[in-house]
Design a protein around this ligand. Structure first.
Ligand code: PQ2
Ligand code: NAD
Length: 208
């Protein structure tokens, strides 16, 4: 398994199956601001509620290939092995990202337990050994990397954008970015503001 971050905004995500597991997967996708198309004859009440809120689009019927032919990511989460296997096979052959929720080796992707702190994303995968352990480790990380990381990551992002824009020399750029990543800036918000005050004028000066 190779970890990769995927920009899914604007891409079609199709959930085949509308039960409990589908609901859980949709809620996870929702945390990342993603809209999901659900194809399933029976729809969990929790998914119906999300449809009312506009978070998902529901197509209430058994799945057919045309329901996911324009999808980027397909999740096969029905309670039928035959349906999940068939969907995974066809979608994979069509070059899509595919999660098979019951037999991961029949898909080509799995969902890790994850945690977001603004731009910081921490993901834990056990390669199907124990989703329960993945969740436990994620919860431990959530305590270490608490909400205060959101602002800190924003600071690092802004510094990096400025440095990339104003400093043509790669060695100097790396040096400056290393300074910015000093833990002192995590702990001391005033220092962050001071640092930004110092470097912002350089970016403004180079504006076209
Ligand atoms: C991380 C998380 C993300 C998410 O789903 O969003 C996720 N499963 C979560 C929870 C969870 N899933 C299951 C339990 C019950 C206890 C247990 O079995 O441990 C719990 C625990 C709970 O619910 O508390 C049952 C289960 N899961 C899979 C199978 C089939 C199989 O056995 O392989 C079965 C057995 C079904 C059966 O009994 O027949 C398969 C997969 N589940 C994965 C991801 C992928 C591997 C990730 C990895 O190992 O790292 C993979 C391979 C494919 C995929 O679905 O992507 C999410 C964490 C929650 C969070 O983020 O809060
Ligand atoms: N990956 C995970 O995290 C995880 C966790 C637990 C279970 N599972 C697996 O997920 C699967 C689903 O479990 P569940 O608890 O959501 O089941 P469920 O009984 O709650 O829901 C099954 C859904 O499949 C739909 N379905 C059936 N035939 C269909 C078809 N032809 N086309 C479209 N949809 C169809 C039904 O309408 C229903 O909405 C099981 O195979 C289970 O082993 C995966």
């Amino acid at each position: 398994m190779f970890p990769i971050m995927v920009h899914l905004a604007g891409e079609k995500v199709v959930m085949v199956g509308g039960g409990e597991v589908a609901l859980h997967k949709i809620e996870n996708l929702r945390r990342f601001g993603l809209h999901v198309h659900v194809v399933s004859p029976v729809i969990h009440p929790g998914i119906e509620k999300l449809a009312d809120e506009g978070v998902v689009t529901v197509i209430q019927k058994p799945v057919e290939e045309k329901d996911y032919e324009d999808a980027f990511l397909v999740m096969a989460v029905t309670d039928s092995k035959k349906v999940n296997d068939e969907v995974a096979k066809q979608a994979k052959a069509a070059g899509k990202l595919v999660v098979h929720a019951a037999q991961p080796d029949l898909g080509n992707s799995t969902i890790p337990a994850s945690l977001q702190r603004g731009r910081l994303v921490l993901s834990v995968s056990t390669g199907g050994a124990s989703p329960t352990l993945a969740k436990q480790i994620r919860n431990e990380l959530a305590e270490v990397y608490d909400e205060s990381y959101e602002d800190y990551i924003d600071f690092l992002y802004e510094v990096r954008q400025i440095v990339r824009k104003v400093e043509p020399d790669r060695t100097v750029r790396r040096h400056l970015l290393k300074i910015a990543a000093d833990p002192i800036f995590y702990k001391d918000i005033e220092r962050r503001e001071g640092f930004l005050r110092e470097i912002r004028p350089f970016a403004q000066a180079t504006q076209p």
